[in-house]
Design a protein around this ligand. Structure first.
Ligand code: HEC
Length: 191
C-alpha cells in the first residue's frame, strides 16, 4: 500500500524530467514563435542588405554614363589583317612562330611587314601546310620551278588565281600591292 506521501514524491520526480511546455496554450505560443522569429530575422536582414541603395536617376552613380562605365567590357578584339601581329601570349607563341616563314628575304616591292601580316592572315591557311597542293612556304623544291617563271608570273597567278589557288588568296578586299608583298614574303624563304 502506498501512502499519499509516496504518490506526491512520484509526481515531483516525473515533473523534473518533463518539458517546460505544460499547457496547450504554451505549445501554441512556442509554435507561433518558432515561425515568427526566423521570419522576422530574415525580413530584417533583407532590409539591412537592400537599404542604402538609391537606384533613382538622381543618384550620380546611376546615370547612364556611370552604368555604361561600370559594365563596359574589359577589352575588345580588333582584327586588322593589315597590322603586324602583336607579340602573342605563351600558348599562341608556338603557332605564330610556326606561321613565320624562315629567313624571309628582303622584298622587292611593297612593305615586308605588310607582306608578312597578309601572308599570316590569308595565305598561311594553305601555304603553311601545303593544303590542296599549295607549294609550302620555305619548300625550295616546290618553289624552284615556279620561281623560274619569274616574279611577275607569280604576282599574276596570285592576283588572278591559279587552279586551287583562289584570286588574292580568297580575300578580294586586299590591295594588289599587299598581295604582291605577301608573294614576296612567301617566296622569299624559298629562293
Ligand atoms: C585556298 C588555299 C590557298 C590560299 C588561301 C592561298 N593559296 Fe596560293 N596557292 C594555292 C595552291 C593550291 C597553289 C598551287 C596552284 C597550282 O599551281 O596549281 C598556290 C600557288 C601559289 C603561288 C604560285 C603560283 C604560280 O604561278 O606558280 C603563289 C605565288 C601563291 N600561291 C601565293 C599566295 C598568296 C600570296 C596568298 C595569300 C594572299 C595565297 N597564295 C593564298 C592555294 C592557296
Amino acid at each position: 500500500m502506498r501512502s499519499p506521501d509516496d504518490v506526491s514524491m512520484a509526481e515531483i520526480h516525473v515533473e523534473e524530467h518533463s518539458s517546460p511546455i505544460k499547457t496547450p496554450k504554451q505549445l501554441v505560443i512556442v509554435i507561433l514563435l518558432a515561425f515568427l522569429v526566423p521570419i522576422t530575422l530574415i525580413v530584417m536582414l533583407s532590409q539591412l542588405v537592400t537599404s542604402g541603395g538609391d537606384f533613382s536617376k538622381n543618384n550620380p552613380g546611376m546615370s547612364d554614363e556611370a552604368i555604361a562605365r561600370r559594365i563596359k567590357p574589359a577589352g575588345e578584339v580588333v582584327i586588322d589583317p593589315t597590322q603586324p601581329k602583336p607579340e602573342p601570349a605563351a600558348p599562341a607563341t608556338v603557332a605564330a612562330a610556326a606561321l613565320a616563314v624562315p629567313a624571309a628575304a628582303p622584298s622587292k616591292g611593297g612593305d615586308a611587314a605588310k607582306g608578312k601580316a597578309v601572308y599570316e592572315a590569308v595565305c598561311a591557311v594553305c601555304h603553311l601546310a601545303g593544303v590542296a597542293g599549295a607549294p609550302k612556304a620555305g619548300d625550295r623544291a616546290a618553289w624552284a620551278p615556279r620561281l623560274k617563271a619569274g616574279t611577275d608570273a607569280l604576282y599574276a597567278s596570285s592576283l588572278k588565281g591559279k587552279n586551287a589557288m583562289p584570286p588574292k588568296g580568297g580575300n578580294l578586299s586586299l590591295a594588289d600591292a599587299d598581295v604582291k608583298a605577301a608573294v614576296d614574303y612567301l617566296v622569299g624563304s624559298a629562293r
